[in-house]
Design a binder for this molecule. Structure first.
Ligand SMILES: [Fe+2]
Ligand SMILES: [Fe+2]
Length: 135
């Protein structure tokens, strides 16, 4: 079963960003599936790296629009992105140092973080972006 499922309630009403969110959710689910299949640390590390890289691309997309449109909540939002990057970097270090694989806690953190961030933080910019003509 998927850790996190994309549905319309997660839409921010901007097609490009919804597409990226779907991709990120797929990547969290892929990581979960690989963990459940007992894939080794190296494989998990690679999938996690793919997720981190794509999250960086995605944050950059959002932050570029913040700048372009003068989004008033950009500061707090970018801080949330930076906290995510720092936290996941700790997971990556732990994974590299430890002989064990990923813990369930890491997967729960990732699925909860994305769900909450999209629902609460990202959704706030939807109407603002739409008013600037972005859909
Ligand atoms: Fe986002
Ligand atoms: Fe965001």
């Amino acid at each position: 079963m998927a850790m996190i499922e994309w549905n319309e309630s997660l839409s921010v009403n901007v097609a490009e960003i919804d597409r990226q969110h779907r991709q990120l959710i797929d990547m969290v689910n892929d990581l979960n599936a690989a963990m459940l299949e007992g894939k080794g640390r190296d494989v998990l590390g690679l999938i996690l790296k793919g997720l981190v890289d794509y999250a960086g691309t995605h944050f950059h997309t959002e932050e570029r629009y913040f700048l372009r449109f003068g989004y008033p909540e950009a500061g707090a939002h970018q801080k949330a992105h930076a906290e995510f990057v720092a936290k996941v970097s700790d997971f990556q270090k732990g994974l590299a140092a430890d002989r064990a694989g990923l813990s369930v806690d890491v997967l729960l953190f990732l699925s909860d973080w994305w769900r909450q961030h999209i629902l609460v933080v990202d959704k706030k910019y939807g109407p603002f972006f739409n008013a600037k003509g972005l859909r």
